[in-house]
Design a protein around this ligand. Sequence first.
Ligand SMILES: CNc1ncnc2c1ncn2[C@@H]1O[C@H](COP(=O)(O)O)[C@@H](O)[C@H]1O
Ligand SMILES: [Zn+2]
Length: 386
Amino acid sequence: MDTEMERKALAEKDMREWCVALPKVELHAHLNGSVRNSTLLELAKQLADKGLIVFEDVKDVIMKNGRSLPECFKLFDLFHILTTDHDTVTRIAKEVVEDFAAENVVYLEIRTTPKNNGAKGMTKRSYMNAVIKGVKAVEAVDVVLFDSNSRTNDTLTCTPTIELDGDTKKKRIYVRLLLSIDRRETTSAALDTVNLALEMKDQGVIGIDLSGNPVVGEWETYLPALQHAKELGIPITIHCGEVPNRKEIQAVLDFCPQRLGHVCCLNDVEWKMLKSLIIPVEICLTSNVMTGGAPSLELHHFADLYNAKHPLSLCTDDSGLFSTSLSNEYYLVAATFGLSKPQLFRLAQEAVQFIFADGNVKKSLKEVFRHAEKRLMMPSAIGAPN
Ligand SMILES: CNc1ncnc2c1ncn2[C@@H]1O[C@H](COP(=O)(O)O)[C@@H](O)[C@H]1O
Ligand SMILES: [Zn+2]
């Protein structure tokens, strides 16, 4: 290896490690899209042993790299077969929180679609209870699932007084839950999800998401539920413009939710409207490139929004499905668009403004970043700032 290549390899290693060390805020992560491949394979093996699936077929699908949008949704149907019983839901929720915490995500909003499944004795409520059980079962880090002030008769699995970010103390991660409405659902099922979010607001549920296959369903079907959530004061984020559906993109912008995911296929007029409404955007680079929402990393609309100082936050979408991590998404921004460490730090820090959790959590997270700034911007930190 010549010296130039060596220098490049070292610089990449340094930047990757720095992106892992950076405290990060994850606002767009689907539970079932964030499951470890090793867990999916183990679950597939169990079903294969019962003769319910053919392991080799499923293994190839799980391990495949690169996924088109239609393939993603076929895969989700498979994932749901693998994961949908209460114990498995608990297990994946625990592992997903552990994985994000391990790469220094300090605030995580996990979104998931509450599922009714008569065969498993599962209701939307019992599904969510299983998710919460998993989040609370995390031991490797301190998990704060809801504001201790609004705590009901439940006990936290963490000690809220533990100092943040101390090297010798356990790490802390704030976790909040968003309930997703799947575009396949009926108006009444979507309304059930919003009512469940209201019912569970003291248990870490703080918002509503609209997601699912973007070529399925009609905006009018979900609108009553989204309107209901708005009236109840529940924050809403919507998957917008994964495909060029002009009528729906306009309707979503007119609805003006608190945040938007993706915003890939907007035309000039819609783009201007998005910018004038200043709706924060959850940017999912790898996901958009893999599913064809963006032509390439280099041509991703991140650059336009970033240069326009539009509020945005880097997110993974489906870290398992797309074999990425939030640290990797920050690294990609550095490698593709040339952002420096101080610029990446600001990007991570500014995401705190767009979280759905309350002011106390924002205050604590600002402290986390204040501490981290000293550490990560010092010349002795993993690589000097550049
Ligand atoms: C790739 N882009 C995407 N676009 C739209 N919806 C997506 C998505 N990625 C994931 N989901 C939504 O999240 C569900 C899986 O997690 P949960 O079962 O809810 O935990 C998928 O079934 C889909 O509805
Ligand atoms: Zn998504």
